[in-house]
Ligand binder design. Structure first.
Ligand code: NAP
Length: 292
């Protein structure tokens, strides 16, 4: 029931009509009986400054930020979490109000979502992690992993130069931030089998196998995997991607792509509300809205 005391959370993006977040977040808020509502806001690029100023004026308590605003929103915020700053993208803003002042802090919960999804199956501490792809999602996950206690990070990409430059960026930024990690390497795709032989975790960040191209062959096939490997495909439509099928053939442990989406939302909820999110309820709402 919306009344005079209802607090507002939301998501800004362009386009915004396909967002899954309202279904997931409102289910969580309602199940805990919190007087909050989570709304979608269609914000064009040239209105981003107005949107953040407007949110402050209206007393909005938190926002998710999606494409195309994740990097452009950074200059409008008072503080940025160190990992989000290194990634160069924010998907969650917390607004704190006090004494007429508003303080805004930005976080990146996307890559944290991937980490937490994997940690449902295995601890990432001291693990050897291999990432396929070197685009936006890879970059965020690579920084998050590198700052989270893994032993080794290997990046492989179709365009090797992109993998190499991501590796170099990780090394130089992690040194500047004093994160004690520089065991990151870039390899050619042809090296995948050899790299996987000594890996504990594979995260595929390429869009291969994503609907409607569900029969496209993944880069990693069952014969390259071993039983102790944890395989995470971050594609979530369909749930059983061609890579997940290969992983099951190899008796490897699988982590579905929707879990990253779930846990980025769970983390945002926790940042805004300062309390544990109802994971099962939010997961059910997300699966319902995804139709899987
Ligand atoms: P991106 O920036 O465009 O990067 C895509 C990467 O995949 C690039 O490194 C590209 O290699 C590689 N790639 C694309 N097609 C390929 C192919 N046919 N063969 C080999 N490599 C290929 O995209 P992104 O933003 O990182 O997103 C990637 C995927 O992650 C999308 O499917 C997206 O839906 C999914 N995603 C999921 C979540 C989640 O919550 N589960 C969150 C974010 C993104 P080159 O550099 O050689 O072109």
């Amino acid at each position: 029931m919306i009344d005079g005391k209802t607090n507002i959370l939301g998501v800004i993006g362009d386009p915004i009509e396909h967002t899954f977040s309202p279904a997931m977040q409102n289910a969580g808020l309602q199940s805990l009986g919190l007087n909050y509502v989570y709304l979608p806001f269609h914000v064009k690029g040239n209105r981003l400054s107005d949107a953040i100023g407007g949110a402050k004026g209206l007393g909005i308590k938190g926002l998710n930020v999606t494409i195309p605003h994740k990097s452009n929103v950074i200059p409008f915020l008072d503080d940025i979490d160190p990992i989000a700053r290194m990634i160069g993208a924010v998907n969650t803003i917390k607004f704190d109000y006090g004494d007429g002042e508003v303080f805004t802090k930005g976080f990146n919960t996307d890559a944290y979502g991937c980490l937490r999804a994997i940690e449902e199956k295995t601890s990432i501490k001291d693990k050897k992690v291999t990432i396929l792809g070197a685009g936006g999602a890879s970059r965020a996950i690579a920084f998050q992993m590198a700052c989270s206690g893994i032993d080794e990070l290997s990046i492989l990409n179709r365009n090797y130069e992109k993998a190499k430059s991501l590796k170099e960026e990780l090394r130089s930024n992690l040194n500047k931030q004093e994160y004690d990690f520089n065991n990151v390497n870039a390899y050619e795709i042809d090296d995948l089998k050899r790299v996987l032989d000594s890996s504990d975790i594979l995260i595929d960040t390429t869009p291969i196998g994503m609907y409607p191209n569900v029969n496209d062959k993944p880069i990693a096939s069952a014969d390259m995997m071993h039983e102790d490997l944890v395989v995470n495909d971050i594609v979530y439509t369909p749930m059983e991607t061609s890579l997940i099928k290969e992983a099951k053939k190899a008796n490897a442990e699988v982590v579905y792509g929707y879990k990253m989406l779930l846990y980025q939302g769970i983390r945002s909820f926790e940042i805004w509300l300062g309390k544990e999110a109802p994971v099962n309820i939010m997961e059910k709402a997300l699966l319902d809205v995804l139709g899987i």
